[in-house]
Design a protein. Structure first.
Length: 140
């Protein structure tokens, strides 16, 4: 009877699991974009962050913030419209993809921001920290 060396079997499975972890893109969330004058609420704070920043000129704030967003590591601009920006952020280690949205809400005097993970139950605070960094960039 043919048997597999348990160590070799374990190493092969560890390799397969490790490879499966890389580039976990996930589906594009259907709620992306502006709906009834707002970005979508967060389904759960465990893997999503959403902020409304009061600003005098939301359009000017958005325009000023786009270069700061693009300067962040592993950010790819997906959509750039006059009042709306959608970008993706890819994690360095496993390739997890987060969606980052900014919306210049001129009617309410707000710059709306949202960052959400496509996969997983927890982002370990990554999305909230990303929005904090953007808010600090907006303040300077």
């Amino acid at each position: 009877m043919h048997w597999i060396n348990p160590v070799l079997w374990s190493l092969q499975h560890l390799l397969l699991v490790s490879l499966a972890l890389f580039h976990l893109v996930g589906p594009v969330p259907p709620e992306l974009g502006v709906h009834q004058g707002a970005l979508a609420p967060c389904p759960t704070p465990a893997h999503c962050a959403r902020r409304d920043w009061p600003v005098a000129d939301p359009q000017a704030a958005l325009n000023a913030l786009v270069p700061a967003l693009e300067a962040m590591p592993r950010i790819t601009l997906v959509v750039r419209e006059p009042a709306y920006v959608h970008a993706t952020a890819t994690s360095a280690l496993f390739g997890f993809v987060d969606d980052v949205e900014l919306y210049a809400d001129s009617a309410r005097g707000l710059l709306q921001a949202r960052s959400v993970s496509r996969l997983g139950d927890s982002d370990l605070g990554v999305n909230a920290r990303r929005l904090e960094a953007l808010q600090q960039a907006m303040a300077t």
